[in-house]
Ligand binder design. Structure first.
Ligand SMILES: C[S@@+](CC[C@H](N)C(=O)[O-])C[C@H]1O[C@@H](n2cnc3c(N)ncnc32)[C@H](O)[C@@H]1O
Length: 270
């Protein structure tokens, strides 16, 4: 298996991921990337020609597999913006908090071993007003096909570099604290278990811990994400509002903060 994983699989991945049918998804996803961009699972760099060099200021190309990065070298040299390779898994991203404008991945969430940790990390490094773009295959919405995906995944992932057929990118993103703003789901081939695509855009959700009088609950929830780290204020109709954006606060401060509910208030789940 070592020969297969080290030599054959990277070349097979590079070949398979060049399929023409995937290019339209690359185009749709990458043309929306802007500013400082983090690409998870950069692979052999097949996305590079699809970035708009006028919109991208720099690219952090995160990829753990040395063999795939070797295949990417030529494309990296041809890039018209700076590319910094991060040779590591997405479970620990060596970038500061809130440092990228766009994070994205194409056909990668299926493969990352600890995908929940990777999405938590992505959310940490993404700016509060940043966007997560994705083109991923995953679990079908048809129960019959999903059952086949569950059956096939144990064998499939042994030969496909750890790829799961049955992960649901939409649920994973929501579970990691993203709001999925736009999503298209469609089959792109006749063999349904491996061709169900999820393509779209998500935004990091601010984690509010909020107590407000019943009547003002919806107003508090509508406050735009990332606009305020913490404030206490009196509401016009009496009572007080304590609002924290937990996502922006370091753990030490988070633990020491006390948010007191006003009388007759109810908690709005973060
Ligand atoms: C099917 S390939 C897709 C490659 C590339 N995104 C593309 O569209 O051509 C899956 C990629 O996920 C990468 N990968 C595996 N484990 C990973 C991890 N822990 N963190 C980030 N990427 C990982 C693989 O090395 C591989 O490059």
């Amino acid at each position: 298996m070592r020969l297969y994983d080290g030599c054959i699989l990277p070349r097979l991945t590079d070949l398979a991921m060049r399929l023409r049918i995937l290019q339209d998804f690359r185009q749709r996803t990458l043309s929306r990337a802007e500013g400082a961009v983090l690409e998870l699972g950069f692979g052999s760099g097949l996305n590079l020609p699809f970035y708009n060099p006028r919109r991208v200021s720099r690219l952090f190309a995160l990829e753990p597999a040395a063999a795939l990065l070797r295949l990417a070298q030529e494309r990296i040299q041809e890039a018209r913006f700076p590319v910094e390779v991060l040779q590591t898994g997405a479970e620990r991203i060596p970038l500061p908090d809130h440092s990228v404008d766009t994070a994205l991945c194409t056909w990668t969430l299926c493969t990352i071993p600890n995908v929940e940790a990777a999405l938590d990390e992505t959310r940490r490094v993404l700016k509060p007003n940043g966007r997560f773009l994705f083109a991923e295959h995953g679990r079908s919405d048809e129960p019959g096909i999903a059952r086949w995906q569950d059956r096939l995944t144990p064998a499939w992932k042994r030969f496909a570099g750890g790829c799961h057929l049955n992960r649901n990118p939409e649920s994973l993103l929501k579970g990691a604290g993203f709001d999925v703003e736009q999503i298209d789901k469609t089959y792109i081939g006749w063999f349904k278990p491996i061709t169900y695509m999820y393509v779209g855009r998500a935004a990091p959700r601010a984690r509010f811990a909020t107590w407000v009088p019943e009547s003002d609950a919806s107003a508090a929830c509508m406050r735009p994400a990332g606009t305020s780290r913490r404030f206490h204020t009196r509401l016009p109709g009496g009572g007080s509002l304590a609002l924290c954006n937990w996502g922006n606060l370091p753990c030490r401060i988070r633990r020491s903060l006390r948010v007191r509910p006003p009388r007759n208030g109810r908690q709005v789940a973060p």
